[in-house]
Design a binder for this molecule. Sequence first.
Ligand code: ADE
Length: 240
Amino acid sequence: MIYFIMAMEAEARPFIKRLQLSEDLMFNLRLPMRRLKGKYCGIDISVIINGKDKKFNLDLIGTQAATIATQQAIERQYPNLIISAGTAGAFAGKGADVGDIYLSYPHVAFHDRRVPISGWNEMGIGSFPVYDTRKMAQELGFKLGIVTTGDSLDMSPTDAAMIETIGGEVKDMEAAAVAWVASLYQIPMFCIKSVTDLVDSTHHATHEQFARNLETSVEKLTDAMITVVEYLAKHSSDYC
Ligand code: ADE
């Protein structure tokens, strides 16, 4: 059983459609999280979506909802593998382009936690090791990189410096939260991230790139998620 933890409905919709996943009431009805499930290549697949904010009717992006979604889903049913899937920012200066697919390796971390006291600082950043995606990335033609997570779409100079220190190549808003929960339960986890925006662009604002490239990046994300499931079905019996 694989859990794909996803923040935005628009990111998940094409995958849900292609695999013909159907709604399954898994969460406490007070929670906004949703689960859609089905089977592909003999593997039980669930997409967990964070759900929408009641007041704004917008997808609950960010680390809080991702944490609850992951923890609650695990408590209801243990998966063999967790994949944080979605769109992300990346760096032209590090060779990224819009539409690139990155698999996380060797770890994911938080880039917006600053506690300048020895020990607390390292704990805040996290550095959660992920499933070894190196062979998969090579065979499927995906890039590899450290994914870093914060709760803002833009990148402040302080965040930029932290990402540089961590060696981050991909910037998102959920991965490290999902990874932290997965680490508590000792469930293997990795990320599939499709690049919507180049955060080091001096010409185009991140949010404008994101809006412009969302649809095509999600198409690529969907293809990548399906390819990854096919790869796992072929190479391992651990997930059936
Ligand atoms: N998701 C898509 N683009 C992003 C960015 N630049 N930062 C964080 N999350 C993102």
